[in-house]
Design a protein around this ligand. Structure first.
Ligand code: DGY
Length: 379
């Protein structure tokens, strides 16, 4: 039924690559066509089912670029392998939609798109933090509904965040970028929960505090919390930046929400199922001063009953990485992953991928998640 919605670019290319959504910009297409790929793009907003994608892979497919809305498990990786497929890239940094072990067992390298979402996603987490703390959604709805009759001393009182404590769950690239924005911009003290210590962030904070004290301003702190519970009890704002895994599924549940300050702000730009959304709905209902800013949901695109009616919740449709620069960068990286593997190039796999956005990129695949397990050469 959906097969008439595929657009073909470079039909005479010798390598067949399927792309399950139109991607922004055109650099990514040039990368693939320069690697002699015939590119077949599903040009519709519908989410393809596993069966649709299996049919699109067909009997001859060298590579694929897929979306976080699709489930790339054993069925698709074995279909890709049987079609002589050699490369897959997610158009996302997150890869909870992929069964990596299965891809590895079929010998298929799996790419993702790190490094270009960091600041963009952190900025959205900041935006959601303030939208929630300062009641932007709620007050805008009030104004648009014609209810504003004049300035009042107590109209939409929110929270001042300056010098308060922000808790970061997951202090990787995005979490650390958000931490710095909140620390430098708003002089918030940072508490973070992560299995690894983020020494770079801690050292940076010390240097920054010296800078502040030299100017007679109060210093800021950055401390690793021993437990999630401790972080939840002490923080005025909690922002989630962890991956979704079995151990982080429903990390924020009813019991842990109850530990948070009654007027805390909870922000999630990671993956929806990290929060038990039904428990959050109950918590926000019972605690009108508690606020949440959500970019992601447990069963996207659906919302748990009651969520959209809550005035103390700000919701946006998974757009944290939605800037032109980032989404074009993600397309460049995903195409570079697939093209490089097809050309037999090694994996780059270094934290800084900006070289791939420059005019003369390295002859390598920017980020292959299972490069080591597959014994691929590293650049
Ligand atoms: C990702 O890349 O994982 C993001 O969720 C996309 O916005």
């Amino acid at each position: 039924m959906v097969f008439n919605k595929w657009r073909i670019v470079n039909p005479t290319g010798t390598r067949r690559v399927i792309v399950t959504k139109e991607l922004p910009g055109d650099r990514w297409l040039n990368i693939l066509t320069s690697a002699s790929c015939r590119v077949e793009i599903f040009s519709s907003v519908e989410v393809l089912s596993v069966e649709d994608i299996r049919k699109a892979i067909g009997s001859d497919c060298d590579g694929a670029i897929g979306q976080l809305t699709e489930s790339w498990g054993n069925e698709l990786f074995s279909a890709l392998k049987e079609a002589d497929g050699k490369a897959y890239s997610n158009y996302a940094v997150g890869f909870n939609n992929i069964d990596l072990a299965s891809a590895t067992s079929h010998g298929i390298p799996v790419g993702n798109t790190p490094g270009v979402l960091t600041e963009t996603t952190a900025e959205m987490a900041v935006a959601l933090t303030f939208a929630a703390a300062r009641r932007i959604g709620e007050s805008e709805r009030y104004l648009r509904a014609g209810k504003y009759k004049g300035w009042l001393p107590d109209l939409f009182l929110g929270e001042l965040l300056r010098h308060r404590t922000v808790g970061i769950i997951g202090a990787g690239r995005i979490g650390a970028a958000y931490a710095r924005m909140m620390m430098e911009g708003h002089k918030m003290n940072v508490l973070y929960y992560d299995l690894s210590q983020n020494l770079a962030l801690e050292d940076y904070t010390k240097e920054y505090s010296r800078f502040l004290t030299d100017r007679n301003e109060s210093p800021v702190t950055c401390l690793q919390s021993e437990t999630v519970e401790e972080l939840l009890r002490l923080s005025d704002v909690v922002s989630i930046h962890t991956v979704l895994s079995e151990s982080t599924h429903h990390l924020i549940n009813a019991e842990r929400l109850a530990m948070m300050k009654k007027n805390a702000v909870l922000v999630n730009t990671s993956r929806g199922p990290v929060i038990d959304e039904a428990a959050l709905v109950n918590h926000c209902r019972r605690n009108p001063d508690f606020r949440a800013g959500l970019d992601v949901f447990e069963e996207e695109p659906l919302l748990k009953p009651g969520l959209e009616e809550l005035e103390n919740v700000v919701i946006v449709p998974h757009i944290a990485s939605a800037t032109i620069w980032t989404r074009q960068g993600m397309a460049t990286l995903a195409a570079s992953n697939v093209a490089a593997v097809l050309m037999g190039y090694p994996a780059w796999n270094r934290p800084d991928i900006t070289a791939f956005l420059e005019p003369d990129p390295p002859k390598a695949a920017p980020s292959i998640l299972n490069a080591r397990d597959l014994g691929l050469n590293i650049f």
